[in-house]
Design a protein. Structure first.
Length: 117
């Protein structure tokens, strides 16, 4: 059996997202196309530095969950930077501005997007 290849593969350093296409016959005998997203992170354990041995972590999602994940990640980033700023000890330098993004999720973040054809 031939290994399924992604139809889209995007990478940013140790993170990648691949979109896979799957054709399936439904209960009525119609051919349906479905898509799935695989978020992957690769890293090396300290003892494997300098070798070609990598660890891989996968999370499989529906494509519309990628939008929800991006909004959740943005909110979590903003919450973390706010928490760090509020709990910073007085002896730490304050010359760096707070790093955050707009906390308002876009309207499409709450919409369900059908990915079946």
């Amino acid at each position: 059996m031939e290994k399924q290849r992604p139809v889209i593969n995007n990478r940013d350093r140790s993170l990648s997202i691949s979109i896979f296409k799957k054709d399936q016959i439904d209960n009525e005998g119609h051919l349906r196309t479905y898509y799935s997203a695989c978020l992957q992170r690769s890293y090396q354990k300290p003892e494997d530095k300098g070798t070609d041995k990598w660890q891989l972590e996968n999370i499989n999602l529906y494509p519309d969950e990628l939008l929800k994940l991006s909004v959740l990640a943005l909110k979590t980033y903003n919450d973390t930077t706010s928490y760090v700023q509020a709990n910073k000890k007085d002896n730490q330098p304050k010359e760096h501005p707070a790093q955050s993004f707009d906390n308002t999720p876009p309207a499409w973040a709450e919409e369900e997007i059908p990915f079946g054809e």
